[in-house]
Design a protein around this ligand. Structure first.
Ligand SMILES: Cc1cc2nc3c(=O)[nH]c(=O)nc-3n(C[C@H](O)[C@H](O)[C@H](O)COP(=O)(O)OP(=O)(O)OC[C@H]3O[C@@H](n4cnc5c(N)ncnc54)[C@H](O)[C@@H]3O)c2cc1C
Length: 408
């Protein structure tokens, strides 16, 4: 069979893999298939400045000439409907079939809808794609013109970023969070409390333990009903309650999935010649635990690792994970994963513009949250990857020299 690597999903991981294949001197065919109408674009700004600035065209990652130069066949608006690992083919929605020598699934994730949510509602939106962001941006402008309030369901990164933008536009904003703290999946209580205070001090109304029971739309207004009997109306509701990995193609082909397509450190799935990377991939650590991350860094690094594995090079992926979020004037960066945290130590003061929080699982440093402290974030990534870290007492002592510790 002719060398033909097919990549399903033209997002961050898919593009990275295609370019890594060429960087590693692979000279066969590469086809990048994306179901969106656009070629790969930067997703993080969709919930941040793009909502205000509407500079959507500038988010495109590569112009058409780049694909041509790198001999990557980029097909937009092209949905894959099935994969057949036994025959080494993929089937497109238009009936076409493509043979592959290697297949990468980089299909990303889809936002959860609120039960019963109408996907085409004018006032109720999710936020994952450029199309979603364009629709939310348009609606925010309308709310601004009509002075209508905005409600965000879900107090995670994306929900809080949208809330910050809406507030900066002068809108009345309420965040409804079902849990008892903000950013519950990634933030320790200390960090969550700080973010809550800072949002509230800028006029965002935050309701914790707020269970939405019903969402409806009538006369160009949304109505939100809560379990405690409250009823809110809004010109825009953004539902930001998490995502599910797009692993249906793999599941239907009999590939092992567990909240994502299960891969090893090399991006290999349970089917020969089939790899997965990015938000759709759940990495097995071999001990029955799986880690599925949703971040640009993870998509890039897994995309690279999978591309090299397709070429038969075995370089496992084990970088320290990191994440970021921009809300108002706060740049939050998180190095590591706050798992099984027993102690959180604040370095500096949570009332200051910049500070950091060191999170330990017993004696082991597992993650560091930095606010407006990018240099310390870089150092924290080094600490975690080199397994050299301060004791909790040292971390909490502002006089303790972290840089000297790293150099010793
Ligand atoms: C609004 C928003 C803000 C974010 N902000 C940040 C941030 O600040 N920092 C950060 O680190 N991360 C952020 N993220 C997360 C980050 O964007 C994702 O982790 C990253 O894009 C994942 O890359 P991916 O390639 O796995 O998936 P995606 O970029 O989602 O790409 C997958 C592509 O595959 C396509 N696809 C799916 N099924 C098929 C099919 N059957 N056929 C063809 N194509 C298919 C999808 O439509 C999509 O275009 C943000 C995400 C969103 C939505």
């Amino acid at each position: 069979m002719e060398n033909h690597i097919v990549i399903v999903g033209a997002g961050q991981a898919g593009l990275q893999a295609a370019e890594t294949l060429r960087a590693e001197k692979y000279s066969g065919l590469i086809t990048l298939l994306g179901d969106e109408p656009h070629s790969p674009y930067h997703r993080p700004p969709l919930s941040k400045d793009a909502l205000k600035e509407k500079h959507f065209d500038s988010l495109t990652m590569r112009g058409p000439n780049v694909f041509e130069r790198r001999k990557i066949t980029m097909r937009t608006g092209c949905r894959v409907s099935a994969i057949h690992p036994n025959r080494q083919t993929v089937e497109l929605e238009n009936g076409e079939s493509l043979s592959y020598s290697g297949l990468l699934l980089a299909t990303g994730a889809s936002p959860h809808l609120f039960p019963g949510q109408e996907p085409n509602a004018k006032t109720i939106h999710v936020l994952r794609s450029r199309g979603h962001s364009e629709a939310v941006a348009e609606r925010l402008s309308l709310c601004q013109a009509r002075q209508e309030p905005v409600v965000v369901i879900g107090g995670g990164f994306i929900g809080l970023e949208v809330a910050a933008v809406a507030r900066e536009m002068g809108l009345e904003v309420t965040v409804l969070e079902a849990g008892n703290q903000l950013m519950g999946r990634v933030a320790t209580p200390v960090l969550a409390k700080t973010f809550q205070q800072r949002h509230e001090s800028r006029g965002v109304r935050i309701a914790l333990n707020a269970r939405v029971t019903h969402l409806s739309e009538a006369d160009d207004r949304a109505t939100i009903e809560l379990a405690d009997g409250q009823r809110l109306t809004a010109g825009l509701v953004v539902v930001a309650i998490g995502v599910a990995p797009n692993d249906t193609l793999a599941q239907e082909a009999g590939i092992v999935c567990n909240n994502g397509i299960v891969v090893d450190a090399y991006g290999r799935t349970s089917a020969p010649h089939v790899f997965a990377a990015g938000d759709c991939a759940a990495r097995s650590n071999g001990n029955g635990h799986f880690l599925r991350l949703e971040s640009i860094q993870n998509a890039i690094e897994q995309g690279k690792a999978a591309a090299r594995s397709i070429l038969g090079q075995s370089r496992p992926f084990h970088d320290t994970p990191y994440f970021w979020s921009d809300q108002f004037d706060m740049k939050l960066q998180i190095a590591g994963v706050a798992h099984a945290v027993t102690t959180s130590v604040v370095r500096g003061n949570t009332c200051d513009a910049a500070f950091s929080i060191y999170n330990y699982a017993d004696e082991r440093l597992v993650s560091v949250d930095t606010l407006n402290a990018p240099k310390e974030h870089i150092m924290a990534r080094k600490m975690l990857s080199q397994e050299v870290w301060p004791t909790p007492e040292q971390a909490g002592d502002p006089e303790f020299d972290l840089a000297a510790l790293m150099e010793s």
